[in-house]
Ligand binder design. Structure first.
Ligand code: 13P
Length: 254
C-alpha cells in the first residue's frame, strides 16, 4: 500500500527566526503521526540547516524547493545537491509551476535536475499541472502527459521508487480554487496509467502522487480520500502550524 505524503512548500516565506517558530510549533502537533503518513517541510534555502537540526528528534523530513542541475561551479545564485544534502535534505521539489512560469524552467531542465538528484541520493518531488486556458481547451491530459514523459525521460524503474509526482493545476495554486476531488482524481488516475505504460504496473502502483493547489484543512480529507491521491503539496496553509497539522491529521489511515 502506498504511503500518504504531506509536504509543505514554504515558498519565499519565513526568515530564520520565523522558521524556528514554525518548526517548534509543528513538532508537538505532529508527534503522533498515523503509521502510513510521512510529513515533509520545504523551507527556503536559508532555513534548511537550522530546520534540519531542529527536526533531528522528530519524524518530520526535510526538503528543498529547487536545486541546480550542475554539481558545482561558477553558477552564481545556484544551490547544488551536495549543499542540500549537507544541509540535511532528503527531498527536493523540482519543476514547480512558479519555477516554470517565472524562471523559464522546461521539462528538459527539470529532467536533468531530477536525474542529478536521484544519482546523488535526493528524492525529487516533481511537479506537473495544466494552466487554466489548457483546462478550458480540454487538453489537460495531453499537457500533463507531455510533462510526465519529459520530466521522467531516462529515469529507471528502480529510481522511480524514490520519485514523487505532485499534480498541481496552475489555476488552483494560491487562488483559493481547488480542483474538485473528482477532477483531481481523474488526472491522478491518468498519470498513474501513463506511468504504468511507460514503466510497469508495479512502478505505477507504488508511485506516490500528491495533489497541490489551495489544499486547506476544510478540503484536505475529501481530496485525500480519493483512490489515486496519495498526499498533498501544501502552500499557503503550511505556513501556520495549526492549519498544516490539521491537513496532516485528515490523511486517511490506510
Ligand atoms: P497553495 O496551497 O498556496 O495554493 O500552493 C500550492 C503550491 O503551489 C504548493 O507547491
Amino acid at each position: 500500500m502506498r504511503r500518504t505524503v504531506i509536504a509543505g512548500n514554504w515558498k519565499m516565506y519565513k526568515t530564520i527566526e520565523e522558521s524556528i517558530e514554525l518548526i517548534n510549533g509543528l513538532k508537538p502537533l505532529t508527534s503522533n503521526l498515523k503509521p502510513n503518513v510521512d510529513v515533509i517541510v520545504c523551507p527556503p534555502f536559508t532555513s534548511l540547516a537550522i530546520a534540519s537540526s531542529l527536526l533531528k528528534d522528530s519524524s518530520i523530513k526535510l526538503g528543498a524547493q529547487n536545486m541546480s542541475e550542475h554539481d558545482e561551479g561558477a553558477y552564481t545564485g545556484e544551490v547544488s545537491w551536495k549543499m542540500l544534502k549537507s544541509a540535511g535534505c532528503e527531498y527536493v521539489i523540482l519543476g514547480h509551476s512558479e519555477r516554470r512560469q517565472y524562471f523559464g524552467e522546461t521539462n528538459e531542465l527539470i529532467n536533468l535536475k531530477a536525474k542529478k538528484g536521484l544519482a546523488n541520493g535526493l528524492k525529487p518531488i516533481i511537479c506537473v499541472g495544466e494552466k487554466l486556458e489548457e483546462r478550458e481547451a480540454g487538453v489537460t491530459e495531453q499537457i500533463v502527459s507531455a510533462q510526465i514523459k519529459g520530466v521522467l525521460s531516462g529515469i529507471s524503474s528502480d529510481d522511480m521508487k524514490k520519485v514523487i509526482i505532485a499534480y498541481e493545476p496552475v489555476w488552483a495554486i494560491g487562488t483559493g480554487k481547488t480542483a474538485t476531488p473528482l477532477q483531481a482524481q481523474q488526472v491522478h488516475m491518468h498519470i498513474r496509467k501513463l506511468v504504468g505504460q511507460l514503466y510497469s504496473w508495479n512502478v505505477a502502483e507504488g508511485l506516490v502522487i500528491q495533489y497541490g493547489g489551495s489544499v486547506k484543512p476544510d478540503n484536505a480529507a475529501e481530496l485525500l480520500a480519493q483512490d489515486d491521491i496519495d498526499g498533498a503539496l501544501v502552500g499557503g496553509a503550511c505556513l501556520k502550524a495549526d492549519s498544516f497539522s490539521s491537513i496532516i491529521g485528515s490523511a486517511p489511515a490506510r
